[in-house]
Design a protein around this ligand. Structure first.
Ligand code: CO
Ligand code: CO
Length: 302
């Protein structure tokens, strides 16, 4: 499975029972603290493996850093954060590569394992399925706020924690249910990634009031602190959305997420098990919509 279906990661089948699943992701700092940045970048890089239903096994560092421009202690902290997350995921760091670059960038190339018949693709949701999200939205807006120095210390800590949270348990949760399709919410925002789940095959109703938001996101959005990527996402995906109006809540639907949660489709009859299993795993989940036969290729806000 390669790049043609816009799935989260590529899969190569080795045997009847075993496939490898691979992905790579790296970016510039989203928060000021290098230790948190390392954790977030690593959690983000491994997320695509979890979104497919795989388990990360090995990781390699990708580092862009200039020792002439920055103190090496910063790089050490980034790598410490990344290494801790790799360990938490049960994977091992087996190498990496660095280049001299004035702009700091960090991330991972990750290889995981997956059962070839238990690959969860982004398409596959069926009419009547419920739509589940496992992390609140707003990281793009809040990271823009951090860069503008507008956030209080505890709001920074809160959003950093959310971004650094692995999607391992969310993946376990979806594998414990009859999941029909899944992806993770990243750069294209909720609407962009949801569109990949429905393609032109089915429609989806999104319950605006049920969409979880990170503390402070709506206030920042109200004051107009929106990342550039949000405008680009809104421009590009707005034609697929019915009942779209101006206002902060509508903007957040397009907010590009860093290390966002999993977004997946399960039969409506699974909602009790979903809550029960999420509780056992100690994670939060939100049912934010429902897939429909009607409005093929469209996201209807209700
Ligand atoms: Co993804
Ligand atoms: Co990616």
């Amino acid at each position: 499975m390669g790049i043609e279906g816009f799935d989260d990661a590529g899969v190569y089948q080795l045997t009847e029972e075993l496939g490898i699943v691979q992905t790579v992701d790296f970016f510039t700092p989203v928060v000021n603290d290098p230790y948190w940045f390392g954790q977030i970048a690593a959690a983000n890089a491994m997320s695509d493996i979890y979104a497919m239903g795989g388990v990360p096994k090995t990781a390699m560092n990708i580092v862009c850093f200039s020792p002439k421009k920055f103190d090496l202690a910063i790089l050490k902290e980034i790598l410490r954060g990344g290494t801790e997350k790799i360990k938490e995921a049960g994977a091992v760091l087996i190498g990496g590569h660095s280049v001299d670059d004035e702009e700091i960038k960090y991330g991972l190339a990750v290889t995981g394992i997956i059962h070839p018949r238990r690959i969860i693709r982004n398409e596959g949701a069926e009419p009547g399925d419920i739509l589940v999200l496992t992390k609140p939205l707003g990281t793009g807006i809040l990271n823009t706020g951090i860069k503008a120095d507008l956030l209080k210390e505890n709001d920074i800590l809160n959003v950093s924690r959310i971004m650094a949270t692995l999607n391992n348990k969310a993946s376990e949760l979806m594998l414990s249910l009859e999941t029909h399709g899944a992806t993770d919410v990243t750069g294209f925002g909720l609407i962009g990634h949801l569109k990949e789940m429905i393609k032109e095959e089915i429609g989806v109703e999104l319950y605006l009031k049920e969409i979880p938001l990170i503390d402070g996101a709506i206030e920042l959005a109200k004051s107009g602190f929106l990342p550039g990527g949000l405008y680009r996402n809104r421009d590009y995906f707005k034609t697929y959305v019915i009942n779209l109006f101006e206002g902060p809540i509508y903007d957040i639907l397009f907010d590009p997420q860093t290390s966002g949660g999993l977004l997946f489709a399960v039969p409506e009859g699974s909602s009790f098990m979903l809550k029960e299993n999420a509780h056992k795993l100690g994670i939060e989940v939100w049912i934010i919509g429902r897939f429909t036969k009607e409005n093929k290729g469209k996201i209807v806000l209700i």
